[in-house]
Design a protein around this ligand. Structure first.
Ligand SMILES: NC(=O)c1ccc[n+]([C@@H]2O[C@H](COP(=O)([O-])OP(=O)(O)OC[C@H]3O[C@@H](n4cnc5c(N)ncnc54)[C@H](OP(=O)(O)O)[C@@H]3O)[C@@H](O)[C@H]2O)c1
Length: 260
């Protein structure tokens, strides 16, 4: 399904992969609903896009999924959504033994529960219209657990399982479900990652800085939507092959990750 002339609700639109997606989707003729916390940033983005009057801003804090669901349900009551892209997310850089339980909860709220909540805003209408597409950006960390990401990986593993179940349930209703697994992408993700006490890490890391560009990842996501892929990995090098190693050589991968 082409994105041209489709209404696309995109979360995490203010930065990184979401920002690149917003630009590419607008260039390809989609009407956008732009979501993240930073309303001013989203408004400036909206005004910079082609056909700016067709797009709208819907600021939500996805750390509060129930409230986000309520606000979005009211705001989108008369706006049928063709494609929802659950892209917003927050990462982590802290050892399991030194991470507050509140940090685990935040990671689950933003990276897991918000996906469940926003999907509930659009699914009934998609089922009624027998048309729609749910896209969720998980991570290679949702297939392969590495050091310092126990909460992030937990949430990203969980959302893959949720999307697998949803895909099975939605098949008879013609609602498509795509899960995206980026490897390392050069965005603000490491900068915005939570440390053990919940404060932001505040700096880049080499893995993400040497990853693919957000534009390349966004192009992979749009291709996956157009070709109705169930699951797609977007990345290069080790971060792209890690899920294959996990599947076929799990012992070897475990040794490599423990020594990393
Ligand atoms: N970059 C990578 O290497 C990589 C790898 C695998 C998976 N991913 C996934 O890709 C997705 C996009 O990440 P990115 O790399 O583009 O990171 P990013 O540059 O840090 O962007 C994250 C986006 O999520 C939004 N967001 C964060 N917390 C939010 C909240 N509480 N409520 C609403 N919006 C929130 C941010 O907007 P505001 O700050 O304006 O709220 C921002 O637009 C995430 O799901 C991430 O886990 C990234």
């Amino acid at each position: 399904m082409s994105v041209n002339n489709k209404t696309v609700w995109l979360t995490g639109a203010s930065s990184g992969i979401g920002l690149a997606l917003a630009r590419q989707l607008a260039n390809q003729g989609a009407r956008l609903i732009l979501t993240s916390r930073r309303e001013q940033q989203l408004e400036e983005l909206r005004q910079s896009l082609p056909n700016s009057e067709q797009h709208q801003v819907l600021a939500l804090d996805l750390n509060q999924p129930e409230k986000a669901k309520e606000t979005a349900s009211a705001a989108l009551k008369n706006t049928p959504v063709d494609i929802l892209i659950n892209n917003a997310g927050v990462s982590q850089r802290s050892p399991a033994m030194e991470t507050d339980l509140t940090v685990y909860r935040t990671l689950m709220e933003v990276d897991y529960f918000s996906v469940v909540a926003l999907n509930q805003v659009v699914l009934a209408d998609m089922v009624k219209r027998r048309n729609g597409h749910i896209v969720t950006v998980s991570s290679v960390a949702g297939k392969v657990g590495t050091k310092l990401r126990s909460g992030y990986s937990g949430a990203k593993f969980a959302v893959i399982g949720y999307m697998d179940c949803l895909r099975a349930e939605m098949a008879e209703h013609n609602v498509r479900c795509t899960t995206v697994l980026p490897g390392f992408v050069h965005t603000q993700i490491a900068h915005n990652a939570l440390t053990g006490d919940g404060s932001l890490r505040g700096k880049e890391d080499q893995d993400n800085a040497s990853g693919i560009s957000p534009e390349q990842c966004a192009a992979d996501i749009i291709r996956a939507i157009e070709s109705n892929k169930a699951e797609v990995i977007s990345g290069k090098g080790m971060s792209k092959v890690a899920p294959l190693l996990q599947r076929f050589f799990p012992g070897l991968l475990r040794k490599m990750l423990a020594n990393r």
